[in-house]
Ligand binder design. Sequence first.
Ligand SMILES: [Fe+2]
Length: 189
Amino acid sequence: MPSNWLSNISTVLLQGFAPHYDDVEVFILQLEGRKRWRLYEPRNKQEELPRYSSPNFDPSEIGQPCLDVILEAGDLLYFPRGTIHQGHCLEEAHSMHITISCHQLNTYGDLLEHALPAALRTAMSEDVSFRRGLPRDYLSYCGEALRPEDVSYKSKRREAFLEEVKKLAAKVFDYADVDRGKLILFSLY
Ligand SMILES: [Fe+2]
């Protein structure tokens, strides 16, 4: 079980809550009573497996549910990060469930976010090719001021420069301590 799991028990006094998605994978175990859950697909690619939770949505923003189910005592419902969900208490039944969540900021990207800067620092201290100065004229064929229609945008010098940058970027990984990156990631929780 990842270190960032958390749980809560809710005896819901409210009728329900507005639809939204969370930044965690969710397991809901119905302990007592019954509760209705409606799940909706992510609205677009950017909201698949999101890093952060959403605000509340208006029903007009989320389309039709992909699952509309009533959980009974003993039922388990799982949904991935980014699944829009809405719980609704039924008038005739009380409800108690436990929620277990995991994978909050615990992705490949988060691991690399911690491992790569350290790898670059190690590469710079151990490999002279990372410490060489940039070409004196590189701003004539690289930079924000350059436009795709400029002649130098398609120049051989720019091509060679980008190749060198790519080569060094690929080499950074040789210095990555993935285990240490994971260690830092875990220590944040
Ligand atoms: Fe939620």
